[in-house]
Design a protein around this ligand. Structure first.
Ligand SMILES: C[S@@+](CC[C@H](N)C(=O)[O-])C[C@H]1O[C@@H](n2cnc3c(N)ncnc32)[C@H](O)[C@@H]1O
Length: 222
């Protein structure tokens, strides 16, 4: 990632009101021939995890780009999309992609980022895991979303009990290796339910540091 440049304030519609938001533009290089320009939101009160592009999303995007042509389905849903990088990568690969998050401003900026990079086939909608069920999908992706104590329980209910992931479908998780305890709880629960599991280690240079990220692939029994 290159250092960001401070932008003029962005005007975005959040829920019912139009608000002015301070942002910066960063370059995210996924491959030598694929660099996205992305807005990140600045100056938000905590918690503001949604407002930045996280290295797990870069690792997962590169993992997706490395997959064999034709091995991905025609559509996908992202959970906790934040600024939208993974959804944008899926749209770039030609999948009809729905980015979801609980934070309306994240959805507004994910849409802006997709437009900024000329991507089509991307939509954004609100999905709070404790409330919504969403439309079942055969490819569910999520990067750096398992960090709150209740996340394993909520995600299991959404993915398995409520059936957001179709039988035979794949769940991809990008996870910083520094924080795996909650992830292990979630993965163990899915494995007990018969899901197959594999993982691949990746490293991403991000803001001057090498970040170790694991990409987990979980397959729901058919
Ligand atoms: C650390 S950020 C990661 C953002 C993006 N996936 C990335 O890797 O750059 C976590 C995201 O998950 C979303 N999130 C966390 N808990 C959520 C919940 N219960 N329902 C919906 N979204 C949630 C946050 O709003 C935030 O956008």
């Amino acid at each position: 990632m290159q250092a960001g440049t401070l932008d003029a304030a962005q005007r975005v519609r959040s829920v019912d009101e139009e608000v002015l938001i301070t942002s910066r533009t960063i370059s995210v290089e996924l491959r030598a021939d694929l660099v996205f320009q992305m807005l990140e939101v600045l100056g938000q009160p905590r918690p503001s995890h949604w407002s930045r592009v996280w290295p797990a999303s870069v690792a997962m995007s590169r993992w997706l780009l490395d997959q064999r042509v034709g091995s991905l389905p025609l559509s996908a849903t992202e959970l906790g999309c934040g600024m939208g990088l993974v959804s944008m990568t899926l749209a770039h690969l030609g999948l009809i992609t729905e980015g979801t998050d609980r934070e309306p401003l994240a959805l507004a900026f994910a849409l802006k980022n997709a437009l900024l990079n000329g991507l089509i086939g991307f939509s954004a909608s609100k999905l709070e895991w404790s409330e919504g069920k969403g439309v079942p999908t055969s490819l569910l992706v999520a990067s750096d979303v398992v960090y709150e104590a209740g996340a394993p329980e909520l995600l299991f209910a959404l993915v398995e009990t409520d059936g957001l992931l179709s039988p035979g479908g794949r769940l991809l998780l990008g996870v910083p290796r520094a924080r795996t305890e909650l992830l292990d709880t979630f993965v163990n629960r899915l494995q007990l339910g018969g899901y197959s599991h594999s993982e691949e280690a990746r490293s991403v240079d991000w803001e001057g540091r090498a970040e170790a990220i694991d990409v987990h692939v979980l397959m729901r029994p058919a």
